[in-house]
Ligand binder design. Structure first.
Ligand SMILES: Cc1cc2nc3c(=O)[nH]c(=O)nc-3n(C[C@H](O)[C@H](O)[C@H](O)COP(=O)(O)OP(=O)(O)OC[C@H]3O[C@@H](n4cnc5c(N)ncnc54)[C@H](O)[C@@H]3O)c2cc1C
Length: 366
């Protein structure tokens, strides 16, 4: 987005290739709108599945609740396809991507220092270096970084036999959840979520007998998953007092990693990145623009992070005895529109952020 606005952009990536782990990703309305604005969505759309329905079932396969998504777009895309599409769009806009380039430090002037000691001066540096950001530490931007007590396994499988082309299905049993989503032609994303205390559920490869006891109807799914490779992830949390220092901005998980319960970690990263590119391309100096940027985007991000934590508590960590209430709590939030809209403020957050940018910069943003 910066390169399209005439900036000279260089991206330092420590890996020797543009690659992702973690199966597939769900991107909601705000992310799709940003991808459309940088003309990356058309190439991604055929590779993903647009959802129009969400269903929750109990362990015996009884429908607990159903939501038809109207006016809200969600696409499920293989992560590798997303990062390759973004890299191609960046290169087409003129950005240079330097692979095998690890940044170890930065200073407030916007300079980056790589692992060989080389210093790269810049008008603006953006640290999108993830959960354990080295740049955040180098700038002294104090952050709380936590690993929560929920674990998730994700699998990208070459079949859609366990769902339909437009429906997300979640199966609930005690503290465990199994999600099945279409993820583009002939593919599905399947995830299993459990407490870190539940050692049998955390075992990899999947323990088919144990999981089948929790979900008798899903035995064929677990048999398939037992043959697949995956990496288990913890739900992360990063809380950072400030997201900028001089001419350096922190973005993405480096600034605000959150449990993936609302599917908005990357979505907020895209949306906040869009806002940043608009504000630093206005008529303010970079340090002032970064301060305005944080003011414009922080509220929606912080609210979404709080709700993603609440959702994790409700779905996984309710006190013993209250577990049976879990589907009812979620059902009530879904039915009570003002509450649901607060929880999902990021999904429709782009117009709110654009309004704030317009107030700051004048009516240039459309
Ligand atoms: C289980 C799980 C499921 C999720 N599901 C969703 C979802 O459905 N929808 C959604 O919107 N979000 C989801 N998220 C959140 C989303 O994955 C993250 O918010 C997003 O990947 C953050 O992107 P990022 O660029 O900030 O960090 P990362 O994805 O961590 O990328 C950081 C990049 O920086 C590179 N790097 C790191 N350090 C250095 C360095 N020192 N020098 C150079 N390069 C460096 C890394 O190699 C990497 O390429 C999920 C997260 C988890 C854990």
């Amino acid at each position: 987005m910066l390169a399209r606005k005439g900036w000279s952009v260089r991206i330092h990536e420590r890996s020797p290739a543009i690659r992702e782990i973690g199966a597939a990703i769900s991107l909601r309305n705000n992310s799709i709108s940003v991808l459309e604005r940088c003309e990356a969505f058309d190439r991604l759309r055929p590779e993903g599945s647009l959802l129009s329905r969400e269903q929750h079932f109990d362990r015996r396969g009884r429908l607990l609740q159903e939501r038809v998504t109207t006016g809200q777009r969600t696409i499920i895309l293989p992560r590798q396809i997303l990062v390759e599409g973004l890299a191609a769009a960046a290169r087409e806009a003129g950005a240079e991507i330097v692979l095998s380039s690890t940044i170890v430090s930065a200073d407030a002037s916007g300079a980056l220092i790589d692992a060989t000691g080389r210093r790269f001066g810049a008008d603006l540096a953006i640290a999108a270096d993830g959960l354990h950001s080295k740049i955040r530490a180098a700038l002294g931007l104090h952050a709380t970084v936590r690993e929560l007590g929920t674990r998730i396994n994700r699998f990208l499988v070459p079949t859609q036999e366990f769902t339909t082309a437009d429906t997300k299905v979640e199966h609930w049993s005690g503290e465990r959840r199994v999600g099945i989503l279409p993820a583009g032609p002939g593919r599905s994303l399947i995830y299993t979520v459990m407490s870190a205390r539940d050692q049998a559920a955390c075992r990899l490869p999947i323990d088919v007998g144990n999981w089948t006891r929790a979900y008798p109807m899903l035995e064929p799914v677990f048999k398939l998953l037992a043959q697949q490779d995956t990496t288990q992830f913890s739900y992360p949390l990063v809380r950072c007092r400030s997201w900028h220092c001089g001419r350096v901005a922190l973005i993405g998980d480096a600034a605000h990693a959150m449990p993936p319960t609302l599917g908005q970690g990357a979505g907020l990263t895209l949306m906040n990145g869009y806002a940043l590119s608009e504000l630093v391309s206005g008529s303010f100096d970079v340090a002032t623009a970064l301060s305005m940027w944080e003011t414009a985007v922080r509220e929606i991000t912080d609210a979404t992070q709080r709700w993603s934590l609440r959702y994790d508590r409700i779905t996984g960590n309710l006190p013993r005895g209250l577990g049976a209430l879990r589907p009812h709590v979620i059902w009530t939030i879904g039915r009570f529109k003002p509450l649901y809209e607060r929880m999902r403020v990021a999904d429709l957050g782009l117009p709110l952020i654009e309004q704030k940018i317009r107030e700051a910069c004048g009516p240039r943003v459309t």
